[in-house]
Design a protein around this ligand. Structure first.
Ligand code: SF4
Length: 440
């Protein structure tokens, strides 16, 4: 009898990628992957532990799974297991806890569970039987449910794992270990097979993508080489990059990126604070001036690229003055999108031991102020694109993304998921979404 598995992803794009891989393996092994809201035999939560809030969300999803089907097997995988340990996680009603290093064995682990819990006379499932739901799993951002109905558009590819940077607030280097990169030949082989399945856009991601290749200097492989090789593949229409460390953006880097025809002019440069003194306490390895230089280089090589970033509010000791510096920096830089997070203490990090921990009310008040600024800046960027030509990769319901990652909707015709069209952004819908009109 076919078994149903529901998977929920939390956290970063690397997790999103690994969730897809788990889902694909399960489908290949004959399981049906269903939405997290449906009744399933197994619920898998790919957890995140980057902050205490992420921990809480991970616990909430695990509890929710237990409520959806009290007879189901609950499986926690990923960073929450790494940071809390299997024993502690299993005390919380979880049946199986797998650290990051064992995510790849999800099928074998479930099979072993079935073997050890099979009642007399019950037959094993039919391994190898393909699920009717299709092979591809859609991946769409930071938090999503996985269901087996494949839509061939964008594929996240994890090309690097681990981090050696040790930002003072971050547990990731402890949870994910030191940097490791996939070989260019392996990434290229994977992309080739995915283009054959119909994928058109590829997002190269990593925990610290800018460190790609640094773990294998003898192989002389770096991020630029990987991007250039991927660009040569037939069927690769778009390449997008995950978060970049600002210092990687030199003139030489931008010049070579400019030559990559499929590269989308959308760059996520992680900022975290617009105050040099806070950046120092965060153990980030750049100043605001260096950051700004990277922004200017990108703007000189690309025509109004979409620049996005992350910022933390209420880092230990952040004064009103330092917060104003961050506000001013975001205002002057003019990001398309700023993802803002209130600082969350993480046991075991240097920042957790710092004096001057701020009240949640202060962190949230500052977050609110930056969110208002972000809405203004986002609108400004989109408004600048009204009247301009754009190319859109469509997903569901006549909606899709431009190369700059502006989400648009097209009121005309019926456009299939995976189609790419050129046209003009002509205005905004009643709900504010930019409207795209196809070129005739
Ligand atoms: S760069 Fe800093 S924030 Fe990012 S994963 Fe590494 S230690 Fe964490």
């Amino acid at each position: 009898m076919r078994k149903f598995v529901a998977i929920h992803n939390l956290g970063c794009k690397v997790n999103a990628y690994e969730t897809e891989v788990m889902a694909e393996k399960l489908i290949e092994a004959g399981y049906s992957v269903v939405s997290f809201e449906e009744k399933a035999d197994y619920y898998v939560v790919n957890t995140c532990s980057v902050t205490n809030i992420a921990d809480r969300k991970s616990r909430q999803m695990l509890h929710r799974a237990g409520k959806l089907n009290p007879d189901a097997v609950i499986i926690a995988v990923g960073c929450y297991v790494d940071t809390h340990g299997r024993d502690e996680v299993c005390l919380e009603g979880v049946d199986i806890a797998l650290p990051n290093t064992e995510k790849g064995n999800i099928v074998e682990v479930i099979k072993a569970w079935e073997d050890s819990h099979r009642t007399e006379g019950e037959e094993a499932g039919s391994p190898g039987e393909r699920a009717a739901y299709g092979e591809a799993i859609r991946s769409s951002g930071e938090e999503h449910h996985i269901s087996g109905e494949g839509i061939y558009t964008r594929k996240f590819l994890k090309v690097q794992d681990g981090c050696n940077m040790f930002c003072s607030y971050c547990i990731i280097p402890y949870a994910r270990g030191r940097i490791r990169s996939k070989r260019i030949s392996d990434v290229i082989a994977l992309i080739s097979s995915l283009t054959e399945k119909g994928y058109r856009e590829f997002v190269l991601t990593g925990i610290h993508l800018s460190s790609y290749g640094l773990d294998r200097p003898e192989d002389n492989e770096d991020l630029l080489k990987l991007i250039e090789e991927a660009d040569k593949l037939p069927g690769v229409e778009r390449l997008r990059l995950g978060s970049l460390e600002p210092r990687i953006v030199t003139k030489e880097f931008a010049e070579r990126l400019k030559g990559v025809k499929s590269l989308c002019p959308h760059f996520h440069l992680s900022l975290q604070s617009g105050s040099d003194t806070v950046l120092k306490r965060m153990n980030r390895h750049y100043t605001t001036e260096e950051y700004l230089q990277s922004v200017e280089i990108l703007r000189s090589y690309f025509d109004d690229p979409a620049l996005t970033t992350d910022v933390i509010t209420g880092f230990p000791g952040e004064t009103e003055e330092e917060f104003k510096e961050t506000y001013g920096f975001i205002e002057r830089t003019g990001f398309y999108e700023t993802h803002i997070f209130p600082y969350s203490r993480r046991r075991g990090t240097a920042a957790d031991r710092m004096e001057g921990q701020l009240a949640n009310s202060v962190k949230h008040e500052r977050l609110k102020v930056l969110k208002a600024l972000d809405s203004e800046k986002r609108k400004e960027y989109e408004d600048r694109h009204i009247g301009r030509e754009a190319e859109v990769l469509f997903e569901d319901g006549n909606e899709g993304y431009t190369r700059e990652y502006i989400r648009v909707k097209c009121p005309e015709g019926e456009i299939k998921s995976g189609e790419i069209h050129r046209g003009i952004i002509t205005g905004r819908d009643v709900d504010g979404t930019p409207v795209f009109t196809l070129s005739s």
